[in-house]
Design a protein around this ligand. Structure first.
Ligand code: GLN
Length: 192
């Protein structure tokens, strides 16, 4: 499988390394032509405002939207999740508007900017998943057709799926647990 990892800004190298561990081909994507012939795309964490601007400047936004409409599986983590949302609390960010969710940026305030928590993610099995949250967004609203994959204690939604689109508030690429990436590969192959 050939997975592109958007490499405009942010934590793309970690995604590439984790995909290599899963013996998947993984390529950085900076230019529109590098989106050709991909089986899946990852939009990484970083700064959503910067990534959104760079995607627009490099003509990636419209091409990614076109490919998503054609059924390309896409996985967005943290800032990547913000970019995939239909709506955000911050109107400055240029969104791809792929998924029927509304997100709130930097949802955890200053003192809890970053934290780690063990998450129940039923689709990954019983073992808890290490959730690494870094100035993370949350999903405030998920409409029909969106499957909720994980919540914090208290109910806040932090991972979801809609068809072949997958998002997480947290950073699975910064852990040694490859189950989230494997789940994405399974969505691509059609086994999940
Ligand atoms: N706070 C960042 C934003 O709003 C996201 C942080 C991250 O991707 N780790 O874009």
């Amino acid at each position: 499988m050939r997975i592109g990892v958007l490499a405009s800004q942010g934590a793309f190298a970690e995604h590439i390394a984790l995909l290599h561990q899963l013996e998947s081909e993984a390529l950085p994507v900076r230019l529109a032509k590098e989106l050709d012939n991909l089986d899946g795309l990852i939009v990484p964490g970083g700064e959503s405002t910067s990534i959104g601007k760079l995607m627009a400047d490099y003509n990636l936004t419209s091409e990614i939207k076109r490919l998503a409409k054609g059924g390309l599986p896409i996985f967005g983590t943290c800032a990547g999740m913000i970019l995939m949302a239909r709506g955000s609390s911050d109107s400055d960010t240029r969104l791809l508007k792929l998924m029927d969710i509304k997100v709130r940026r930097n949802a955890f305030g200053r003192q809890k900017d970053s934290f780690e928590v063990e998450l129940e993610v039923p689709v990954l099995g019983e073992k808890l998943f290490p959730g690494v949250f870094i100035r993370a967004p949350v999903i405030e609203q998920a409409n029909n057709g969106v499957e909720i994959l994980a919540r914090l204690t208290g109910g806040t939604i932090v991972a979801a799926r809609q068809g072949k689109l997958l998002v997480s508030s947290f950073h699975p690429e910064l852990t040694r647990d490859s189950r989230f990436h494997q789940y994405f590969l399974d969505i691509i192959s059609g086994s999940r």
